[in-house]
Design a binder for this molecule. Structure first.
Ligand SMILES: [Ca+2]
Length: 479
């Protein structure tokens, strides 16, 4: 895996990372793809993470590939730590026989190459088997019953304290082993609670709403009333959206502040020059765009598009439009570490893109959510298909980055639509996605917000079904 590095010309040698750098991976929770000042969110104060953008490589089209459940975090984090696509992660219908073997998980692979592996972060909606594969895993969960003292507002602060202690301890070691530290704070995920000093920095009245803000999604996308969508009233109001966005920004700024303390500790302990820092998020989030408030949709300012910045020794400065998935981090980190990537991994090594030797590692970004949404993009054009209600959207992302003008069904774009549809079919086949793009009897697309009574009744029904399933499981165990 080190061979491509050795092939680099001598003039680049000065930029090469010292052999086997430390990898410090900050993986935020529900962090929007443009969710840093330097990534385009006006007024968002993130000087520390911005410094990564200023010196490293930014992927503006990085995605988590999809989710079969509302908790998009879980498959996302599983894809990242296994390098496998959403239909092939452990437990998925097309998983390979060794998919659940911990020896194939990222921390084990890096450990086998001599890395110390350390994790601190959330335990909920995580990939527990993957976290257990770290040599050290510190779970920080605000909802943890055995640790009622924890609270969300100070999650970033606790993360920094523990990480700084780890960095100091690591610097004193004499064995020369590099580290892979995976920091997974539950931030800026709701409840959007930061320290008061960060909330004080944002006045809701000064928040600019997205051009794609809408009071309601124009029709039923198949997941209109899931948990996250209920975090705002129907119809969405400008005032509530501004308030929620201000709170979101406060959480991001709080995270950035404490990340700055981690950066300072890296410098103080002499580890800065040999540490590659990666900033990414597990999934995106709508904040009123298209009338949506969750991550259970496929818009660009929606559920699957994530931030991704890589900076450090040997990483050139720049921005790339290369289509990337979070599962690509697995082979990319393995390449940095000189580790051997296991067979059967779907992710692709992004090193050639980072080094400027290649414009990309794939032709399409394909995304999915449950059985109700599929999308594909070639970088410029994007097609979203909603089989359950027989709706299709076609957007020109170059001219219409906010996805406001649906070009599907227009004669002048029929050829593009046909090409994108064929691309979607082939991507679904390549990733063993079994769901149909057409159903026999599509439902009506019209949608009106459900009443509280109706939501409560649906919740009670779902809870009863869960209890029944659990009882059946328990009965099976007893036998
Ligand atoms: Ca998340």
């Amino acid at each position: 895996m080190l061979r491509p590095l050795l092939l680099l010309s001598a003039c680049l040698a000065a930029q090469l990372p010292a052999a086997r750098p430390n990898i410090l991976h900050i993986h935020a929770d529900d962090h929007r793809p443009d969710g840093l000042g330097a990534l385009g969110t006006k007024g968002l104060i993130t000087p520390n993470l911005d410094s990564l953008v200023a010196r490293g490589m930014t992927f503006t089209r990085a995605y988590t590939q999809g989710s079969m459940i509302g908790a998009v975090c879980t498959p996302s984090r599983t894809m990242m730590l296994t390098g496998r696509s959403w239909q092939r992660i452990p437990g998925a219908p097309s998983a390979l026989p060794d998919a659940a073997d911990p020896a194939t998980f990222l921390p084990s692979v890096l450990a086998a190459a001599g890395y110390r592996t350390w994790h601190m972060g959330k335990g909920g909606n995580a990939f527990t088997a993957g976290l257990n594969a770290f040599q050290t895993s510190v779970i920080d969960d605000a909802r943890s019953a055995d640790n009622p003292a924890t609270d969300r507002a100070h999650a970033s602060s606790r993360l920094a304290d523990r990480t700084i202690a780890f960095l100091k301890e690591h610097a004193d070691r004499k064995d020369g082993a590099p580290f892979y530290a995976y920091l997974a704070p539950p931030v800026p995920h709701d409840p959007r609670s930061a320290e008061p000093r960060f909330h004080a920095m944002y006045d809701p009245a000064r928040i600019t709403l997205s051009p794609a803000f809408m009071p309601l999604h124009p029709w039923d996308n198949g997941e209109m009333a899931v948990r996250d969508e209920r975090l705002a009233p129907w119809p969405r109001t400008e005032e509530d959206t501004r308030r929620q966005t201000a709170d979101y920004h406060a959480c991001v700024t709080g995270l950035d502040h404490h990340v700055g303390r981690i950066f300072a500790a890296l410098k103080e302990t002499g580890q800065w020059d040999n540490t590659v820092i990666v900033f990414s998020g597990d999934n995106g989030l709508s904040l009123g765009e298209h009338g949506l408030f969750g991550k259970q949709n496929l818009y660009e300012r929606g559920g699957m598009h994530v931030p991704l910045v890589i900076a450090g020794p040997g990483i050139p400065h720049g921005t790339t439009l290369a289509l990337a998935y979070l599962m690509d981090l697995f082979p990319t980190f393995a390449a940095l570490a000189g580790a051997k990537t296991p067979q059967g991994i779907d992710g692709r090594d992004l090193s050639p893109v980072i080094r400027g030797e290649s414009k990309g590692v794939r032709e399409a970004a394909y995304l999915g959510y449950r059985d109700c949404m599929r999308s594909v993009s070639d970088g410029r054009w994007k097609l979203i298909r909603y089989p359950l209600v027989d709706r299709t959207q076609l957007f020109d992302l170059e001219k219409d980055p906010h996805e406001l003008t649906n070009l599907a069904g227009r004669t002048e774009h029929a050829a593009v639509q046909g090409r994108l549809t064929a691309l979607l079919v082939s991507e679904m086949k390549a990733y063993a996605d079994p769901f149909p793009l057409e159903v026999a009897k599509p439902a009506k697309a019209e949608w009106t917000p459900p009443s509280k009574e109706k939501l409560d009744a649906a919740d009670a029904e779902a809870a009863a079904a869960r209890r029944k399933k659990q009882a059946q499981k328990n009965a099976k165990k007893k036998k």
